[in-house]
Structure formats: structure tokens, C-alpha cells
Design a protein. Structure first.
Length: 169
């Protein structure tokens, strides 16, 4: 068995990023649930393009599969935890700092939303952006971490492909 000091730098980076995101996500949810539900708000107008809205998402991204059976809740919890574990195991072999951060963001976001499903039966979403007639579905910090992490992975893959093509030419 490896000692903690033997763990890869990228694994530790991914783990730190995941833990920080989980803590920030859960703290923001406790605070915002308290602010919104304790004061009877469904939506709290903040600016002309942003509201804090209490949305309980029982489905996956943007509420898809939200009307499924209770068993889906636990399937999603198990899936999220498996994804997080797989990403952290993968992080042990990474050499790119950017990819390590991305893995941590995705893992932390998955666990943050899984915690909600266990504790509340649904994911708490709050951040509600809209402009004119366009309205983005409400989301939370965990969702933001997942999205940013995926974008970083795509960027890193494209950047690497570009560097590889320069080296081969």
C-alpha cells in the first residue's frame, strides 16, 4: 500500500480541488436554502438578469429524467460516486496540472450533487440567469465545477493535439 507522501502531485491537486469545491458547494447550499426557504422565497430578485431561485432538481442536467422513480435517485448517487472515484484514480497518472484541476472539479461537482440527493432526495439549484426572453436553467456551484472541468478537459485535449501536430510537422 502506498504511503500518502507517495501519491502523485496531480492526484493530490485533484483531491484538494474536489474537497474545496464540495465544501463551497455544500456551504452555499446550506446558506441559500436557509435564506430562501426560511424567508418563504421561491425566487429572490437580485438584478435584471439574475435571481436566486429555490429549485429542487430530481433529474439529471437541466431536470431531465426528473419524473423518474425513487430508485433513479440512488442510481444517480452511485453513478456520481463511481465517476468521482474513477476521476481520482485517473488523476494518479496525470502529468498535466490543467487536467488535474479539471478532474478535481468534475469529481467534486459530482460528489456535491450526490450529497444533495442523499440528504434531500434532489439537487438544490439556485443560480438563475435570464436575459430578455432567454432563460438558463437554475444551477449550483457543483454544476459549475462540472461544466468548467469538462471545458478544461476539452481545452487541454485540443491544446495537446495542437502541440502534437506542431511536433510532428
Amino acid at each position: 500500500m502506498r504511503r500518502p507522501e507517495d501519491l502523485s502531485v496531480m492526484f493530490r491537486l485533484a483531491l484538494i480541488v474536489a474537497v474545496v469545491l464540495i465544501a463551497a458547494d455544500q456551504a452555499s447550499k446550506v446558506w441559500l436554502i436557509g435564506v430562501l426557504e426560511a424567508n418563504g422565497y421561491r425566487t429572490l430578485h437580485v438584478t435584471d438578469f439574475f435571481n436566486l431561485a429555490m429549485v429542487w432538481n430530481q433529474g439529471i442536467s437541466f431536470g431531465m429524467l426528473g419524473d423518474t422513480v425513487e430508485a433513479m435517485r440512488w442510481v444517480l448517487v452511485v453513478f456520481a460516486v463511481m465517476v468521482a472515484i474513477a476521476l481520482l484514480v485517473w488523476a494518479r497518472r496525470l502529468t498535466s496540472r490543467l487536467t488535474g484541476i479539471a478532474a478535481g472539479l468534475i469529481a467534486g461537482g459530482a460528489v456535491g450533487n450526490a450529497i444533495d440527493r442523499v440528504n434531500y432526495g434532489a439537487v438544490a439549484d439556485f443560480f438563475d440567469f435570464h436575459l430578455g426572453g432567454l432563460h438558463w436553467p437554475a444551477f449550483n456551484l457543483a454544476d459549475s465545477g462540472i461544466t468548467i472541468g469538462v471545458l478544461l478537459l476539452i481545452y487541454d485535449a485540443l491544446l495537446r493535439r495542437r502541440q502534437d501536430s506542431k511536433l510532428s510537422s
